[in-house]
Ligand binder design. Structure first.
Ligand SMILES: Cc1ncc(COP(=O)(O)O)c(C=O)c1O
Length: 429
């Protein structure tokens, strides 16, 4: 009998023979998508929709892990890329587009006076850390949130396999909205901290004055403040979280939403600090790759000429209001809640006395995928999400919350799973 995910599953088995995990990131792998009830490969995408290799259509709430803000295959971005393709992708000398994109970022992002490009968010965060170390002549880093795969950060998490102890000893995590936890880092490492790097927000809003206190504490101790705006940049507002919260960091890093899914990232910030990029080593063969820069210019121009981020907020607010009302309607507040900014919000699941959050999440995903909603439990809103898309999502939530509530109260959640539950995985937020 042909199952809904037959081709996906066969392709996964094939991929696993040549690709460890069958995916380039945990977030797109079978560790996040329970085997037997999930798609594993996307064939194509347009607007708010994606189609898996079995031909199933989904309303996509993942949007390539927040990289897509305008919607897939946005015509303005695609046309800009096509036009650039005629002239070339990468050259033996810089292309003018690099300056144009840098100038556009300086125009839009409050902290940006100078800009350098990388490819992934991790390039940018690691570049910012290196430049902060060079500028301050200090080695220790205080970090809060997720900042990518490189040694300096990932060594501070449970996924530290392969990272030397000497590197791990230099990064110290502090807690969001807990200024004392940052004070402790400064107490323990006195004036040896080069940078405080943080996501300006992920799940929780900053408490009144928190970001200002972080900035002042960093500066008091001679450290730079770096906002990792890989997700919040060009999403929360055109100028990112720093614009929304009115706190300007010394440096900021961008990735994901900078080019509507094309691979380009950036470090931006104070000119006196950024000038040191001329002395440190931050260098990529593809740093000036022109298709992504053309995509970036088209994306930022669209942000300026269309009410993109305002619409993302409105769409996200409708999702959150609708979902919160459904949680109340289904009396599911004990195990379900929401958090985050409307443009990047979270559907949170807690353990119940009988089930772990992972078991509940598995049933949730099974039922959402079956209803044509691609989700990892967040709402990564795009400009292509229409009012009808929000209705479709909320209808699916209504049905799935009915199922979750019945399974939890009825004590038959495991019988309802058509797969093994997801295993607890390393979490960064
Ligand atoms: C806040 C933040 N910083 C850095 C990164 C790393 O970006 P990349 O995976 O593009 O290297 C991510 C990726 O999810 C992120 O969310």
């Amino acid at each position: 009998m042909k199952t809904r995910y037959q081709k996906s599953e066969a392709l996964l088995q094939r991929a696993l023979k040549t690709i460890p995990l069958g995916s380039q990131t945990f977030s797109k792998s079978r560790t996040q998508y329970p085997f037997g009830v999930s798609p594993y490969f996307i064939a194509k995408a347009k607007g708010s929709r994606v189609w898996d290799v079995d031909g199933n259509e989904y309303l996509d709430l993942v949007n390539s892990l927040c990289a897509v803000t305008l919607g897939y295959n946005d015509p303005d971005v695609t046309n800009a890329v096509r036009a650039q393709l005629e002239d070339g992708v990468i050259f033996s000398l810089p292309h003018e587009l690099e300056t144009k994109v840098a100038e556009k970022m300086v125009e839009i992002v409050p902290c940006a006076e100078m800009v350098r490009f990388g490819k992934n968010g991790s390039d940018a965060t690691s570049g910012a850390v290196r430049i902060a170390r060079a500028f301050t002549k200090k080695d220790h880093i205080a970090a809060c949130g997720y900042h990518g795969w490189q040694d300096w950060y990932i060594g501070s998490t449970a996924r530290n396999l392969g990272v030397p102890q000497a590197t791990r000893d230099l990064t110290h995590l502090f807690e969001y909205n807990n200024i004392d936890s940052l004070k402790k880092v400064f107490d323990d490492h006195k004036d040896d901290v080069a940078a405080v790097i943080m996501e300006p927000m992920n799940l929780a809003y900053p408490k009144e004055g928190f970001l200002e206190e972080v900035r002042d504490l960093a500066h008091k101790h001679g450290a730079l403040l770096v906002f990792d705006e890989t997700i919040t940049g060009f999403r929360y507002a055109n100028g990112g979280a720093q614009e929304v919260f009115g706190v300007t960091p010394d440096l900021a890093t961008f990735g994901k939403g900078l080019a509507n899914g094309y691979p380009v990232s950036a470090v931006a910030g104070r000119a006196d600090v950024m000038k040191l990029m001329e002395e440190i080593f931050f260098s990529f063969t593809f740093g000036g790759e022109a298709l992504s820069l053309a995509a970036s210019l088209a994306t930022m121009t669209k942000l300026q000429t269309h009410p993109v981020t305002k619409t993302l907020v409105q769409t996200g607010e409708r999702i959150l209001q609708g979902l919160n009302a459904l949680i109340t309607k289904h009396d599911a507040g004990v195990f379900l809640s929401t958090a985050g900014h409307p443009t990047w919000s979270f559907f949170l699941i807690k353990d119940t006395p009988n089930y772990t959050s992972w078991e509940i999440k598995t049933l949730f995903l099974q039922e959402m995928f079956a209803r044509g909603i691609l989700t990892i439990g967040t709402h990564n809103v795009s400009y292509a999400h229409s009012a009808a898309d929000v209705d479709k999502l909320l209808n699916a939530y209504d049905e799935v919350l009915t199922i979750l509530k019945a399974a939890i109260t009825g004590g038959n959640l495991k019988q309802m799973l058509r797969c093994e539950p997801l295993q607890p995985l390393f979490k960064v937020r």
